[in-house]
Each structure stands twice: as C-alpha cells, then as structure tokens.
Design a binder for this molecule. Structure first.
Ligand code: AMP
Ligand code: TRP
Length: 332
C-alpha cells in the first residue's frame, strides 16, 4: 500500500480553497492508502504567531480536519512539533538543498514581499522542512493544492541529491496528487489572487466555520462581471471571477466546468449565486457543526493528536536514525 503524507498550517480557519484543493482529497484517499496527516505548526512559525493563539489554532485545525472526515483511528493525525524527526531531517536537508534552488521558490517571494531582507530565515528554508515532513516517512504520494507543486519538485531534487551524494537509494521519489477542477480556488474579491486563510479581508474567502448567512452574504458580494454565464468553457476566458465561481460549483457538485455551464449557461449571476449558495450551505454547514462539536471537547482533540504523534514516531524515528547514519553522524 502506498503511503500518503500531507500537511496544513495552523494559521487560521481552513477556507474553501483548502477544502477543495486539499482536505477533500485527503479524506477520499483514506480508502486504499496508509495516510499520515499533519498540522504543521513549525511551518506556521516562519511568520510571527502569538503563542497562545498558535496553540489554539493547532487545536482548531485538528478539529476542522476531524470534522472534514480525517479518520484518526485508521490513519495518523498529529502535530508536527511533537515528532522531532522532522527537524532532525530538515537540518540534513538544509545542508543538501542549494541556495539557488530556494531562491527560485515563488511562495517565498510572495510571502516575503518587498522587504525580503526582513523575512525570517525559516521562511527561506520552509521548503526543506516540507521535504523532510514527507521523506521522514518515505511517503510517496502527497495530496496538495496546485500552489504546492513547486515545493514538491524541490523535495524530489533534495531526495535525488541526497541519494546521489551518499551513493544510496534511500529516499523515494514523491508524486504530487493534485486533483479536481478546484485545485486553485481564487479570492472572492479578486479573481487573480488565490483564496487564503491569511488574507486580511474575511469577505475574500469562505471559512469552513461560516454559517449559512455568512456564506450567502459573501457569495452575494463576490465580485463578478455584468455578463451572464456562457454556455461553453471557452466563454470563461479572461473572466477570472466567473471562472472561479463556476469551478467552485463544479467541484462541489462533482462535475466539470462544461457540465455546470450546460445546466446554468445563460443565467445571470444573481440566479447562479443563489444556486451556488445553496450548494455551499449544503456541503459546508455540516462540517461547521461537526467542528463545533469537536471544539467543545479540547481534551479529546489533544488526546487524538498525542496518540497520532506516538504512532508517527514509530515510523519516523528509524528512518531518520538511518539518514543520520548515512551522512556520518554518530548514533549513540
Ligand atoms: P496552507 O493553508 O497554505 O497550509 O495550505 C494547505 C493546503 O491547502 C495545501 O495543500 C494548499 O495547496 C491548499 N490550498 C491553500 N489555498 C488554496 C486555494 N486557494 N486553492 C486550492 N488549494 C489551496
Ligand atoms: N507548505 C504546505 C502549504 O502551505 C503545508 C505543508 C507543510 C505540507 N509540510 C507539508 C504539504 C508536507 C504537504 C506535505 O500548503
């Protein structure tokens, strides 16, 4: 059975892009794979976090994942910082990856913004830790949204260079699993920007904890153009906001863009937004309810994470012990 690994930062409430680009696929892949899912709190630290807030956000993220259907009994759900193998391997990878490789990472450029001199060095080596997350388990399939493709290519470069430099076939190559019509969900306010849980405008995204009224209001206010929906996918060209809403609908309805336009082409946005809202409410409000139920019982969430970490360690520790031996570190 192939081993799956994926992670999500506890940097806010998960939004629709996280759900359609990643979490929904995490849940679907649980049948037929051995899955390891991680709340990557160490990655969150690459940008300033208020300590008490980070602790709470880690719990909330775990609650959301459980509510989405991550099955922590059959699979593993844990918090990254609880398994030290990740940082041990990340250090080895800091010494394998090249500055030039990291300099090309577009997420660093986006997150560091104009003031690159002032970005944390953690943000710069973020992709090395991500490669370590996956390769600590010798995982081979990684479900993510489209924005993480470049990081996974880098992880493969690291695995190859490690194997080459030490003359071993130790780390496997990783296959990105980027699925569905909504692997890149865009902001509701600007169809050229990706939807993000850290966008300052709450109106730009649907949170997995939004209730029906909040969803309705955000969709009503979502930016569109004045034209009705086209009846063919080609008619969405240079209409990023329209394409985004149709993509969201298609993903939630388990169909494709052509299918949605076949049914709703010709409608004005007023009408289309109503059906989209109804679909979002039907799919997301049960998750919001389930998240609330989990959050009412934080001790159980903590116990789930603790137990997940213990199981993760039994896989990770021997692999990272071996990696350390391979590079010449003395094992006690
Ligand atoms: P993050 O919130 O950055 O930790 O991302 C967690 C997962 O959600 C990753 O697999 C991302 O690729 C995915 N993701 C985040 N934002 C979006 C988006 N707007 N559209 C699709 N996938 C996304
Ligand atoms: N970098 C990913 C993101 O921002 C989160 C992440 C960290 C991750 N480690 C990972 C995703 C390992 C997949 C595998 O979305």
């Amino acid at each position: 059975m192939q081993r799956i690994f994926s992670g999500i930062q506890p940097s806010g409430i998960p939004q629709l892009g996280n759900y359609l680009g990643a979490l929904r696929n995490w849940v679907a892949l649980q049948d037929g794979h051995e899955c390891i899912y991680c709340v990557v709190d160490l990655h969150a630290l690459t940008q300033w976090q208020e300590p008490a807030q980070l602790r709470q956000a880690t719990r909330e993220m775990a609650a959301s994942l459980l509510a989405c259907g991550v099955d922590a009994r059959r699979h593993i759900l844990f918090q990254q910082s609880a398994v030290h193998a990740h940082v041990r391997l990340a250090w080895l990878f800091n010494c394998v990856a090249r500055m030039g490789w990291l300099n090309r990472m577009t997420q660093f450029k986006d997150k560091a913004g104009k003031d690159r001199e002032n970005a944390s060095t953690g943000l710069f080596v973020y992709p090395n830790l991500m490669a370590a997350d996956i390769l600590t388990y010798h995982a081979t399939r990684v479900p993510v949204g489209d924005d993480q493709r470049q990081h996974l290519e880098l992880a493969n470069d690291i695995a190859k260079k490690f194997n080459h430099d030490y003359g071993v076939e130790f780390f496997p190559l990783i296959e990105p699993v980027i699925l569905g019509v909504a692997a890149r969900v865009m902001s509701l306010r600007d169809g050229t920007k990706k939807m993000s849980k850290s966008d300052p405008s709450d109106q730009s995204r649907i949170n997995l904890t939004d209730d029906a009224d909040a969803i309705a209001l955000k969709i009503r206010r979502a930016r569109t153009d004045p034209e009705p929906l086209p009846s063919e996918p080609a008619g969405l060209e240079s209409r990023p906001e329209a394409r985004n809403l149709v993509g969201i609908f298609a993903a939630l309805a388990d169909t494709d863009v052509a299918g949605v336009l076949g049914e709703h082409g010709g409608k004005g946005f007023d009408r289309f937004k109503e059906v989209l809202t109804a679909l979002l409410v039907a799919k997301l409000t049960p998750i919001a309810e389930e998240t609330k139920r989990w959050l009412a019982d934080p001790a159980t969430i903590d116990a789930v994470l603790r137990e997940g970490a213990a199981r993760a360690r039994t896989i990770a520790d021997p692999i990272v012990d071996e990696a350390e031996r391979l590079v010449g570190l003395l094992q006690p």
